[in-house]
Design a protein around this ligand. Sequence first.
Ligand SMILES: Cc1ncc(COP(=O)(O)O)c(C=O)c1O
Length: 407
Amino acid sequence: MTTSSESNLTGGAWAPGGVAAGLADLQSLDDQFTIDTYARLPLDAVRGEGTRFWDAEGTEYLDFLAGISVSNVGHCHPKVVAAVQAQVATLLHVSNLVHSEPALRLAERLATNSLGDGSKVFFCNSGAEAIEGVLKLARRAKLAGDFVVVREGFHGRTYGALSATPQEAKQAPFAPLVPGFVVAEPTADGITNAVTERTAAVLIEPIRGESGVHVVPDDVLVAARQACDRVGAALIFDEIQTGLGRTGPLWRFQSTPVVPDALTTAKALGGGFPIGAFIAGPKLAGALQRGDHGSTFAGSPIIAAAAHATLDVLMDPALPAATERLGARLRDGIGRLPGVTEVRGAGLMVGFDLDGGGAPELVLRAIAEEQLLMNATGPATVRLLPPLVVTEAEIDDALARLGRLLA
Ligand SMILES: Cc1ncc(COP(=O)(O)O)c(C=O)c1O
């Protein structure tokens, strides 16, 4: 490899393996050429394998963020890599105007492993798009109506998804938002009182991830189910972060007493490749009509091949119990560390609060001093989302690193 200053590639040209710019070069490219919406960590990544990645200098990091719950199967899982390599040489893209087996089989697989007989799937390319689509589905089913969403929920950055994300800092600069969103407190009474005859759907994350890993109690989900049933509204679970084994079972709803009418998924489904989908249970599967919705890239053969390989890993019958066991070990260990006031989560979706704040600073120190990647969801909250292929030894290693940081 050559450094960027020695490279003969100019004007931004790049090819795999060609240029190994260091962090400072990348920060300068970022400053100059990208729109400044991300507070990126002072860290670059050039190669990944399992629970680890390496920067341009060759420093190894233990990844307890997994690309924000995307790399559930770990970085560059050999099954995903092999499936994509084979598919890349066969067919890249055809559009949804023709039939393509990888995506249709993926739809079969998701529909038969989620919301019961008669379920159907729509593919898209990201989480926010899955939210946009599922909102259209619910409104089409009732032909009118509002969406009830909960305070501190997060559903994405596009206009419909942002309108479903009642957080002042994210919404205020972009008003006016899409009308028709009613904000409820995330309690049983809050949701019950917000749902009326006008409600088309209740949209809720069964565990609020971006706002700091808050597990929604069963009584709240049951109240949402009952409220929806009372008025003929759809109950939609946003499983973009909680799904695909993150909390143990394939879907979080399977650990609750409630079955939603539809769910959204994205993030981990492509094993690192961009994909989103919504799954409509039998009540809603027929609501959208031809011409109602679409997406050019959705269900591409490459991404579908990656998703099949990913599901081969994530649907291992031994994985749910291992995820629950390892998650409990991680949470127990964190709970014993100094300065930790609360640990929350399920499976390997874990958040903890620090006495007196300092979460962003801890995340920076974890990178610099312990080569451990996590993220701060707020001033006092740290979130951990390790790949589900993490081992017990790696959990203990992460706990030891955290222990040194908090000592
Ligand atoms: C629960 C939830 N919904 C929606 C989204 C948006 O997904 P994307 O960033 O792929 O648009 C996220 C992303 O963090 C999420 O956690």
